[in-house]
Design a protein around this ligand. Structure first.
Ligand SMILES: Nc1ncnc2c1ncn2[C@@H]1O[C@H](COP(=O)(O)OP(=O)(O)O)[C@@H](O)[C@H]1O
Ligand SMILES: [Mg+2]
Length: 642
């Protein structure tokens, strides 16, 4: 029968599921805990362990971000977040510090973790990912208990310390009234016979993971949080009979695991008040006239800044404030990390279009520049580069601006500006406008400008954003483009650069040590080639009296490196690399301009032009359409004056 193969798979899986799951008495469970006490851990520890089990390392010394962005601090890197979250290292550290303290039963285990930040900063995505880490994990609980309580809570107080000692664990909390009712009426108080069951955490099936969406004031019913009394049963049973309880609220479901409060302050605060207050004692109210219920779960909440400020300003909320550990989740201010966000999002969609080189960089430059505060110390583009860990070269030296000073100047940076969603929308819009199924830097700039005009309401922001796009980013892009085209012309770019570097270094050394240069071919001794050195140095504005210093800096730097047995090449010293590249680019600029602009190329020019196009396609990642578009853009914008 044809259908058999499907049926086989289904039946196999069902059998396996039943086989694997434990189903026994409390007495059996005690043996299991005895063999593996880790089974009986509390929720915060379970979550912490689960995340850390994927790997935890300290950012390595060889990671340039460590020195440039984290002041040499050993940032903890949690593998579990590595492929999904970018540039959030500090945020993740704080979140994990909270969980670690809570796992050790610190005060944090009785507090709410609140992520606060602007829209699209990744709060929801982060909480989703955290919840996913325990999804599918197993846990044991009392069978038929809506709170899925820890079976060890069956042990009466008088025996607890004995069991704790024997098993090497701690036991806290009490069974739910529903479980207690069963114990008394179905098992005749013989708790060793109480059935224990194994389940897996599942948000969809509402086992151990619960999420509370914000509700409008009219439909807010605290039953969503703590369950309710079943009115139909109130005829049959008295009000204090546990059988009337429907413990299906988020805090019942999320016991042992996680309760997420989505955009928490969109709710009327009274709605959450009782629950959040009660978590201090690890107890939650029960519907009707029943006792408080023990609750053990990680409470994760998120909100934006405006909601937080409003909430904080009302002094009736003071008691709750005390129970909240707030972690700011700002936007990313690091260009390379921001780019990764969009690469990730595009990779995960069904999107198969061509994204020309620099497109996501241009888009990310815009979002980051929109988030940065202006500084007295440097222009905004320089600030972006410093925040990205780049060396900014000015007058031949690495510009000495301390990233810490810039950060101190603007403490609240990253809490406003353009969101990741705005950028994604602009990419989508640029795509749907393209009849060639691609997005280019030019197209994304236009799309961003259009979105800003349509969507940014505040006039001040709009003007600022348009200036960023139409001036600063545009000019930067033209520079990038000019370089790229020139580079594409320089065929053996690296070799030429390296040979210029070697020659320069020989000359600079001799100049500095006042010796002569030995010509590699003729073996003749001659004076250092002043003309040659100058032609390199002037590329980065080193002229006149500053040449001496530059030459001795270069020489000292290189020889120090060589002494440490490090390899040196033309990229070793930022300023010199820049000078050499500029020199090379200059030497091909004329020809690249003429060939690019020309409408009627002679044979030689056509050959050059075609070579350049194939370099753009094969080495730089363009396709035919985008290469053509970019060159047309360059011809029209880059060399207008000539
Ligand atoms: N730093 C980041 N790293 C990875 N993805 C991010 C980052 N910031 C935002 N995102 C992505 O942006 C999108 C919007 O984020 P979301 O979690 O909905 O934001 P929020 O809840 O803060 O408004 C998500 O797809 C998320 O994955
Ligand atoms: Mg959200």
């Amino acid at each position: 029968m044809k259908n058999k193969r499907f049926l086989n798979i289904i039946e196999n899986q069902r059998e396996k599921k039943i086989d694997e799951k434990f189903d026994g008495t409390f007495l059996d469970y005690l043996e299991i805990v005895n063999d593996n006490p880790e089974i009986a851990i509390l929720s915060h520890k379970r979550l912490y362990d689960s995340i850390v089990s994927h790997g935890l390392t300290i950012m390595s010394d060889s990671d340039p971000r460590k020195r440039k962005l984290f002041d040499g601090d050993g940032v903890r890197v949690y593998e579990y977040f590595q492929n999904d979250f970018f540039g959030m290292d500090r945020v993740l550290e704080k979140v994990m510090r909270f969980l670690r303290s809570a796992a050790l039963r610190g005060e944090e285990s009785r507090q709410v973790l609140l992520l606060m930040g602007p829209v699209g900063a990744g709060k929801s995505a982060l909480i989703e990912h955290i919840k996913k880490s325990i999804e599918g994990e197993k846990f044991y609980h009392l069978k038929g208990d809506p709170q899925r309580g820890e079976p060890l809570q069956l042990i009466p107080r008088g025996l607890r310390s004995k069991f704790e000692e024997m098993l090497g664990i701690k036991i806290e909390g009490d069974i739910s009234p529903v479980a207690r009712y069963k114990l008394l009426n179905e098992y005749d108080e013989k708790y060793e016979l109480f059935p224990v069951q194994e389940s897996t955490f599942s948000q969809r099936a509402r086992r151990g993971i619960a999420s509370v969406p914000p509700m409008d004031a009219n439909s807010q019913d605290v039953g969503v949080l703590i369950g309710s009394e079943d009115i139909s049963k109130l005829d049959k049973y008295s009000e204090d009979d546990p059988r009337v309880l429907s413990l299906n609220g988020a805090f019942n479901v999320g016991n042992r695991g996680i309760v997420e409060l989505v955009e928490v302050f969109k709710n009327e605060i009274e709605f959450l008040h009782t629950v959040i207050t009660a978590t201090q004692e690890k107890r939650i109210p029960s519907p009707g006239k029943h006792d408080m219920l023990y609750f053990d779960g990680v409470i994760l909440a998120h909100c934006n800044e405006a909601e937080w400020n409003k909430f904080r300003s009302e002094h009736t909320n003071e008691a709750i404030l005390d129970r909240i550990v707030k972690v700011n989740v700002p936007y990313i201010l690091e260009l390379d990390q921001e780019i990764k966000i969009y690469e990730k999002q595009l990779k995960r969609s069904d999107f198969d279009s061509h994204i020309a080189p620099h497109t996501l960089k241009i888009a990310s430059m815009f979002s980051i520049l929109s988030r940065l505060r202006y500084s007295q110390k440097c222009d905004i583009l320089t600030k972006l580069k410093i925040y990205n860990g780049e060396d900014v070269i000015e007058k031949g030296r690495v510009k000495k601006i301390d990233i810490k000073d810039l950060r101190d100047e603007a403490r609240e940076e990253g809490m406003d500006g353009i969101s990741t969603r705005f950028i994604m929308k602009s990419i989508d819009a640029a795509l749907s406008d393209s009849d060639k199924n691609m997005v280019t830097p030019n197209a994304i700039m236009e799309s961003l400008i259009r979105q800003v005009k349509e969507q940014v309401i505040s006039e001040e922001d709009r003007d600022r954003y348009l200036e960023l796009l139409q001036k600063i980013i545009r000019e930067e892009y033209l520079k990038i483009l000019e370089n790229e085209i020139a580079k594409a012309f320089v065929a053996a770019y690296e070799e030429q650069a390296q040979s210029l570097f070697d020659t320069y270094l020989d000359n600079a050394e001799c100049y500095t040590t006042r010796t002569t240069v030995k010509d590699t071919i003729t073996k003749e001794e001659r004076e250092p080639d002043e003309h040659f050195m100058k032609s390199i140095e002037e590329q980065i504005g080193i002229i006149g009296s500053s040449v001496d210093g530059f030459r001795s800096d270069v020489t000292a730097y290189m020889f120090a490196k060589m002494r440490r047995k490090e390899k040196v090449n033309y990229k070793s010293y930022g300023p010199l690399k820049e000078a050499i590249e500029a020199y090379l680019i200059m030497s091909v600029k004329d020809i690249s301009r003429i060939v690019t602009k020309s409408k009627s190329r002679d044979d030689e020019q056509r050959k050059k032009y075609n070579e350049m196009i194939s370099t753009l396609i094969e080495e730089y990642g363009y396709n035919e359409d985008s290469a053509e578009e970019v060159l047309t853009f360059a011809a029209n914008n880059l060399w207008r004056d000539s």
